[in-house]
Design a protein around this ligand. Structure first.
Ligand SMILES: CSC[C@H]1O[C@@H](n2cnc3c(O)ncnc32)[C@H](O)[C@@H]1O
Ligand SMILES: [Zn+2]
Length: 446
């Protein structure tokens, strides 16, 4: 072990630590040593006794895990939470969400909705989120101000969108944003072509060329419903994933969101070509979109991450709930209780997400050298007793409400369940004002 600095910044003592790597290990009565925003050691409490630290945090009956990675959301859509429920995807989008976006979405909307979403995510143990929404420059700014880690995919659709008159303008604004934030340690930019049915071949070709040149990820909704795949086959003779492969987009930089429709050829292609699949089980269930065959994908060597999707189709941004749904759904779908076990679900929500966002060397597990993106979960409550195995509690009897502390790059963002550095009362007041106007159809004054 490399010697520790004479005095480290932070020492966290916990009853349990689940580092995710090595797989399945649970450390009891251990400490995590943090210096300059990075994990420098995992130590037994006996070995940590002589360590000098500027700050010591004693967590008691709590479990420390890596920060959760919400690998797909539309943060600002938190302002549309509960606006249109119990509908299938295309009527939800065409008849409700897209008209509401055309009427309401502007920079002030994105600022307020993204702040609300980040507050919910940080309080719930999400330390990194991957976003795809209009005015990505606003999302990036709010993320930087709040201290959360983010991948901001700038949206590209063939039609005009809020903030860009066409896809060429969306791309040039997105590239400018990349240039502005490329040295920021917490925020990175990605391409966000919305879906195969909203972006044509010419624009996809340009995205592929630019993403290769700049070494940037591409996030896209793909094979979300059977209807999407059937329509594409009817119109072109190709499944959307086949079409994307012909355009050389099926590569390790592709983050394929949803993938509820997977045939043998798709599965082989995803595994062999190193694509990450972002599984959004609750949004898929609520919109009746279908089921992503996660265990089959994992067996084929596909990296699978977890996302909530937006709060307008979920309707929360709770990654603990998402992990539990993913685990239960896989068992129901396969008829096998061993499918997506507790460790696999936590892996998808941490290291799987980190790898999908090309951040696998930086976050996703508690290992020396990685950034100190951490979550402490309180297991002392009545609904968490007794504790035989803290991993079981994390998956099957815990929600965002039990998160007590959150650190991003070693900096505390939640302490004793209180959000730090964000004006939560102000954000809530503004969100309620937006909802009042949206409900009444009034003009919103900033
Ligand atoms: C291009 S910005 C994002 C765009 O996507 C819409 N959206 C939200 N959820 C979904 C989904 O599950 N499938 C497809 N599109 C979705 C959102 O409303 C924005 O218009
Ligand atoms: Zn989505």
């Amino acid at each position: 072990m490399t010697p520790l600095p004479d005095r480290i910044d932070l020492l966290i003592e916990a009853r349990w630590i689940v580092p995710v790597v090595p797989s399945g290990i649970i450390l009891e009565d251990h400490c995590l040593a943090i210096h300059q925003g990075r994990i420098v050691a995992l130590l037994s409490q006996a070995n940590a006794a002589d360590v000098q630290a500027r700050e010591r945090v004693q967590l008691g009956e709590q479990v420390l895990i890596p920060g959760l990675v919400n690998a797909h959301t539309h943060a600002a859509m938190s302002l549309f939470r509960g606006l249109a429920d119990d509908l299938p995807l295309m009527s939800w989008l065409n008849d409700h969400i897209w008209p509401a976006e055309a009427r309401w979405v502007n920079e002030a909307f994105v600022r307020c909705g993204t702040s609300l979403a980040i507050a919910e995510m940080l309080r719930g143990g999400t330390t990194c989120f991957a976003d795809m929404y209009f005015y990505p420059e606003v999302t990036a700014r709010v993320a930087m101000e709040s201290g959360i880690r983010a991948q901001v995919a700038f949206p590209i659709i063939d039609n005009p969108i809020p903030g860009a008159k066409d896809s060429a303008e969306a791309i040039s604004k997105g590239l400018r944003l990349h240039d502005e934030v490329k040295h920021n340690p917490l925020v990175q930019v990605a391409f966000g072509p919305h879906a195969p049915y909203t972006v044509g071949d010419e624009v996809l070709n340009r995205i592929r060329t630019l993403a290769d040149e700049l070494d940037l990820p591409i996030q896209m909704h793909i094979h979300e419903t059977a209807f999407e795949v059937e329509e594409a086959v009817r119109q072109t003779g190709l499944r959307p994933l086949q079409r994307l492969d012909q355009l050389n987009l099926v590569t390790p930089r592709l983050q394929a969101v949803h993938m509820t429709q997977v045939n043998d050829l798709d599965r082989t292609m995803l595994g062999e070509l190193g694509v990450s699949v972002i599984h959004c089980p609750e949004s898929n269930l609520k919109l009746g979109s279908g089921f992503c065959p996660v265990q089959d994908l994992l067996d084929a060597g596909v990296n699978v991450a977890l996302g909530t999707d937006g709060a307008a189709s979920n309707n929360d941004l709770d990654m603990f709930g998402e992990m539990r749904t993913a685990a239960l759904l896989a068992k129901g779908l396969t008829g096998k209780p061993t499918a997506v076990d507790a460790h696999t679900a936590l892996h998808m929500a941490t290291l799987g997400g980190a790898r999908a966002l090309c951040l696998g060397d930086e976050i996703g597990s508690l290992e020396p050298g990685k950034s100190a993106d951490l979550v402490a979960v309180d297991l002392s409550g009545v609904a968490q007793q007794p504790v035989y195995n803290p991993l079981s509690q994390i998956l099957y009897s815990t929600s965002a409400a039990q998160v007590s502390h959150v650190w991003v790059a070693g900096k505390a963002r939640v302490r004793n369940s209180q959000l730090l550095g964000m004006d939560l009362p102000g954000i809530l007041a503004e969100a309620r004002a937006w909802a009042r106007d949206i409900k009444q159809g009034d003009q919103h004054d900033d």
